[in-house]
Write a protein that binds this ligand. Sequence first.
Ligand SMILES: Nc1ncnc2c1ncn2[C@@H]1O[C@H](COP(=O)(O)OP(=O)(O)OP(=O)(O)O)[C@@H](O)[C@H]1O
Length: 455
Amino acid sequence: MGTEFSKRAKGAEVKAAAWLGRHPGAVLSPAAVVGSGLELGWTATGGVLGGAAVGLGAWYRAHPDTFDRFAAPRVRAFRRRWVSYIGPRWRNALIACDLYTTHRKTGELRVPRLMRVQSFSPSVDTLYVKLHPGQHLRQFEARLPELTEALKVERIALERVKPRVIALIVERREPFDEVIDAPDLVFDTDAVDPKDLYVGETEYGGDFRISMRGQHLFVAGATGSGKNSIVNAILRGLAPMIRDGAVRLWVCDPKQLEFAALADTIAYRYAASNHECAALIEDFVAEMQTTQRGLAEQRKRTITPSPQTPLNLLILDELGALLAYGDSGTARDIKRNLALVGSQGRATGNAMIGLVQEPTKDTVPVRDLFTTRICLRVTSAAHVDMVLGENARLRGALADEIPNDPATAGIGFVIRQRSRVPMRIRAAYVDDREIDELVGFVRDGWRGAELRVVA
Ligand SMILES: Nc1ncnc2c1ncn2[C@@H]1O[C@H](COP(=O)(O)OP(=O)(O)OP(=O)(O)O)[C@@H](O)[C@H]1O
């Protein structure tokens, strides 16, 4: 005998009770207000509510950092839950896209329930959805274009969370629709802070800045994703220090293409073949160890970048190629040396920037040596967590969904240091003319070329 199905649907009052059980706040909040009004008086209750609103407003104005970290995601998620994805809208969208099941006997439409909305950033929401028996992630995959239109959003990606629960990662809009100008060259070394270099903008409308002092930067991105613009923006920021010898560039460029302009001009050292690169890295480490000994003799903990004690910046294009394709002895030496730089370079002013096209099993172990990681457009969903860490994609880092189009080059994700949630960024674009300008500036100082220099 099969299971018996009743022809009667569940009672409305039962459904209402279940809904209230799942949304206790919907009853408790008004009840608390009414209770407080009756008990303490309406004026006092109004005062408390008004005070709370003013307090929230003051927090928003006075401490943007902590507000964005703690309050904004909750406030945003609440608003989205009850405005953008409110019951009837959600239900109609899913029914329109055929993403429901029908009860065999009663004919009742069963729409997957929206369990929870998270909104870690202004442009992306994560919706946790409970599937009904008989449904699968694949059905959602097949109807994704329709669902994207029905919910009126830019893009949706899917993840399976656990049995019968999937997550829809909804990108509501593209915050970056314009190319961001390259940073201006600054004339004075004193005006440069290597701990605070402008690289581009964040989706919050602020500057995206990173430190190259005691930090190591890892940038992953498929070909054409704009990896170089990040490096070039950093170099423009450091220009006067490079000119004065307070920053030295050690460049490994196996493609002999991306950084060729720096080769005989402003790079302190430049290497192309795997063997040359390995030797360059060896020298970089040897110099780091000399600095280390010098610091120990002088009983100092860290250097102050200057022409006497420069900040040494190791730029590794195609890190994957260096680690994977070279003969295994060379690759092993490189790995060992990078680990030394990663662990000891902080005090000695030795920093590195590693660029990879595709995170692979060879690059993932060294990834942890890098303190700042950026994931630009990648070709597979699996790459995102490999670069940014577990659950980064689920929390909205849809780097694999960035279109392969020069119009979106330079867009990617970083994990925010304090809150650990992904943030969408766009790097400024440094074109060939601006690279030449940088090279001219460093080589000839301000006298040489006609420069666009900000004093
Ligand atoms: N930050 C940016 N903003 C806007 N457009 C950009 C940006 N960076 C690159 N582009 C555009 O994308 C194109 C490809 O960029 P680029 O070749 O620098 O990418 P890449 O990731 O460094 O590639 P590869 O892996 O081949 O070295 C550029 O020619 C430019 O038109």
